[in-house]
Design a protein around this ligand. Structure first.
Ligand code: NAI
Length: 330
């Protein structure tokens, strides 16, 4: 069995190389992505491993199915980039890493909120230039504020506990209620959450029901000065509506670890190039927007767990064992 890893980065190599040696597996690593151009060579491999911006659409899957590919192992929890119906039709099994460190993402959301609220991103630059003035750096106490958590699954639930620990009031919205202890939060309608929250944090997957969940209409319901935090998926927010709301001064701050057009930009060093995405350039121009390049997952523990589950998924396939149910996308 040969496995091809696409969109690989040097930071993840050590985690895979040690497991590969341990289990005598034949892995080949490619820095380029799986897409319509690379799928032909990819179809030579029985197992393919992908990351969040690889293209796993019908066209790509059709080519893979005509070749040798039988299994796609996603090195991510989200699988919105996979055409699951096409994969099913072509008989390609898709597995993922359902949970690797929900703490990593929840803690990154907190880091972004604290940074933006207390203007650390500005203070860092300012003092290095010898400017020790406090003008423009005033934040607010998070204690006592209302946090709206959209999605109380693995990540959202942990995030809600963290914010409760700070002394916030937690409102939550989810299509299903968590089966864990929810005594620290109150489930409300999406409309109530939007109207009452000082900070709104998104932790739902991207699907038909959540695409542009935060659009012009949703933003119009929010409090003036609201903080919007997105560590979920970019297209949960309509970027155009967000920009208009930032321009009008309605939104207090936006913390974005994901962006709807992030493919081809995030994870890349484009510092020598001219940024072509005007919407992204506009977002970067706001001093009250903190943008990170899909790095919420990026902790040592998370990378260890992603590698361990990915290799376990591959071993389950090669040794004809059942996949862990929550790993199976289709
Ligand atoms: P999860 O599956 O444990 O929780 C998702 C929750 O969203 C569930 O409680 C579900 O009922 C709810 N939900 C789904 N569709 C909904 C809808 N239409 N309306 C209302 N609620 C809905 O997922 P988990 O592990 O908490 O991850 C959430 C998302 O975070 C992932 O899907 C992924 O997109 C994103 N993520 C981002 C990372 C990053 O580095 N920025 C890393 C890992 C995940």
């Amino acid at each position: 069995m040969r496995a091809a890893f696409f969109d690989t980065h040097k930071y993840e190599m050590p985690f895979y190389k040690s497991l590969q040696d341990k289990h005598s597996l034949n892995f080949e690593y490619f820095e380029f992505r799986l897409n319509e151009t690379t799928c032909k060579m990819a179809s030579e491999f029985e197992v393919i491993s992908c990351f969040v911006n690889d293209k796993i659409n019908r066209e790509v899957l059709a080519v893979l199915a005509k070749g040798k590919t039988k299994l796609i192992t996603l090195r991510s929890a989200g699988f919105n980039h996979v055409d699951v119906n096409a994969a099913k039709e072509f008989g390609i099994t898709v597995v993922r890493v359902p949970e690797y460190s929900p703490h990593a993402i929840a803690e990154h959301a907190l880091a972004m909120i604290l940074c933006l609220n207390r203007k650390l991103h500005r203070a860092y630059q300012r003092v290095r230039e010898g400017n020790f003035s406090l003008d423009g750096l005033m934040g607010f106490d998070l204690f006592g504020k209302t946090i709206g958590v959209i999605g109380t699954g693995r990540i959202g639930y942990i995030f809600s506990k963290i914010m409760f620990g700070i002394g916030c009031k937690i409102l939550a919205y989810d299509q299903t209620h968590s089966d864990q202890d929810t005594s620290h939060l109150s489930y409300v309608s999406l409309e109530e959450l939007l109207k009452q929250s000082d900070v709104i944090s998104l932790h739902v997957p991207l699907n038909k029901g959540t695409f542009h969940l935060i659009d012009k209409e949703a933003l119009s319901l929010t409090k003036k000065g609201v903080f919007v935090v997105n560590t979920g998926r970019g297209a949960l927010i309509d970027s155009k509506a967000l920009i208009n709301s930032l321009k009008s001064g309605h939104i207090g701050a936006a913390a974005l670890d994901v962006y709807e057009e992030e493919e081809g930009v995030f994870f890349e060093d484009l510092s020598e190039k001219i940024l072509q995405d005007d919407q992204l350039a506009r977002l970067l121009s706001f001093h009250n927007v903190l943008l990170t390049s899909h790095q919420a997952f990026f902790t040592k523990e998370a990378l260890e767990n992603i590698a361990a589950t990915t290799v376990e998924n591959i071993l389950n396939y090669t040794q004809k064992r059942e996949f862990i149910a929550s790993s199976l996308v289709i």
